[in-house]
Design a protein around this ligand. Structure first.
Ligand code: NAD
Length: 422
């Protein structure tokens, strides 16, 4: 990641461009670019050795014009307000593109989760809920997992929330384990949504899955499931990578992501860990760097790892015909413009990876109605939304002769403004 790039400035730049394109007053941009609430609290827990430790906890509620705030909680040593604000704004835009009745928020704790025991993690998770109890809730703001927060953490959080509320309140959090009110399909919903948009784009570009080569950057929750689903749907996944590097076999009929995951697992733990076990342990393939992976002569590139991977430095070297942004913010605005000029289609994060929040919305609905939907039912509903909104942004981009990201922001910000702002 390029740390010099300020992600909040990037997303505000896009927002400003969009309000201008929509002919909105500067005052509307000001309102849209200002979070409704920026909450920062000190969270104190007792460590296993009896000492106390203090952490910074955040919740940014950006915009709830379309419904209750919705957004994950990130546990990361570098979690900071700028990052949380950026992600909260992206959540508002994402929910509006998906046309689900939710707003945008995000939370976090500045902590290295690997430095805490399981009991300490539980105490920290419960303490976050106590700190922000008054600000969240099923009708107000519904948190979910994000980087380094898991279904188990959501289970602790919803339990703490229910205790304070004095009643079982499963709809207060999403991303819970299935037996605690989680939704079928949530685990791979982001990748499944990404597959639906790639399938639709491939039809437009007349790319047949069996002759379409794909490189996937990142082999965590999103990258692995994306590679697995695309492989199962007949696309040729010819390169994958993780934080340690990548592997490729351009001549192959496609790699088997399940086999690569098995090898990676044999060498070490996977969950929430960037370093132990790596795709590079899979010996049958040529080793490449992450930089090389991005520049491979493939048809489709799927960034599914970190932000700011495609910048001014390498945008001129990208050979793919299409990029599906499963990661949040993997392309800088300057690189975005360069890719558009070169005729490369970019399906933007706010649509491409919206599958996760859409199925979170389904989880919330199931909890509110005390229902349980089958995986088939969940995926059918997800597919409908992804196809419809992909078609919408495709049409806007063709009519206005603009890139798909600009089209997605026009659709999204237009919907937020239409809903009215506080
Ligand atoms: P994860 O922690 O499960 O996996 C991240 C992967 O990225 C790991 O394989 C890691 O090795 C790899 N990685 C880390 N640094 C890298 C680097 N410099 N180069 C290449 N690979 C690197 O996280 P995830 O849940 O899969 O999320 C990945 C991205 O997708 C993030 O940008 C996240 O915000 C976004 N996203 C996730 C979801 C979701 O439902 N999980 C939803 C929307 C967006």
């Amino acid at each position: 990641m390029n740390n010099k790039i300020n992600p909040f400035k990037n997303v505000l730049k896009k927002l400003h461009e969009t309000t201008k394109a929509l002919g909105l007053e500067e005052s509307v941009y000001k309102k849209l670019s200002t979070p409704d609430a920026v909450l920062e609290k000190t969270i104190i827990i007792t460590l296993d050795n009896g000492e106390t430790a203090e952490f910074k906890g955040y919740r940014v509620q950006f915009n709830n014009a379309r419904g209750p705030y919705k957004g994950g909680i990130r546990f990361h040593p570098e979690a900071n307000l700028d990052e949380v604000k950026t992600l909260a704004l992206l959540m508002a835009a994402k929910c509006a593109v998906a046309n689900i009745p939710l707003g945008g928020s995000k939370g976090g704790i500045q902590v290295d989760p690997k430095s805490l025991s399981k009991d300490e993690m539980e105490r920290l998770s419960r303490a976050w809920v106590r700190a922000f109890f008054e600000n969240i809730g099923p009708d107000k703001d519904i948190p979910a997992p994000d980087v380094y927060t898991t279904p188990q953490i959501m289970a602790w959080m919803v339990d703490e929330y229910s205790k304070i509320a004095g009643k079982e309140t499963p709809a207060a959090f999403t991303g819970k384990p299935l037996d605690k009110g989680g939704s079928a399909g949530r685990e791979f919903s982001t990748s499944q949504g990404g597959y639906y948009v790639l399938r639709e784009l491939a039809k437009k570009l007349k790319l047949k899955p069996e002759s379409t080569t794909v490189a996937v950057q990142g082999f965590g929750n999103v990258g692995y499931h994306a590679a697995r689903i695309l492989h199962d749907q007949g696309f040729k996944v010819v390169a994958v990578s993780d934080s340690k590097g990548g592997i490729c076999d351009l001549r192959s009929r496609g790699m088997d992501p399940r086999h690569i995951m098995e090898v990676k697992k044999k060498r070490g733990a996977i969950e929430g860990c960037y370093c132990v076990g790596t795709v590079c342990d899979c010996e049958n393939y040529k080793k490449i760097t992450n930089k090389e992976l991005l520049e491979l002569p493939v048809d489709v590139l799927v960034p599914a790892a970190m932000e700011n991977q495609i910048t001014e430095q390498n945008a001129g070297k990208i050979k793919a015909k299409a990029v599906i942004e499963l990661a949040n913010g993997p392309i800088t605005p300057e690189a975005d413009a360069m890719l558009f000029d070169r005729g490369i289609y970019v399906v933007p994060d706010i649509l491409a990876n919206a599958g996760g929040v859409i199925v979170s919305y389904f989880e919330w609905l199931q909890n509110l109605k005390n229902e349980h939907w089958s995986e088939k039912d969940v995926l059918t509903r997800l597919e409908k939304i992804m196809i419809k909104e992909f078609e919408n942004i495709w049409t806007i981009s063709k009519v206005k002769k603009i890139d798909l990201r600009s089209a997605a922001y026009i659709l999204s910000i237009g919907r937020i403004v239409e809903a009215g702002m506080k």
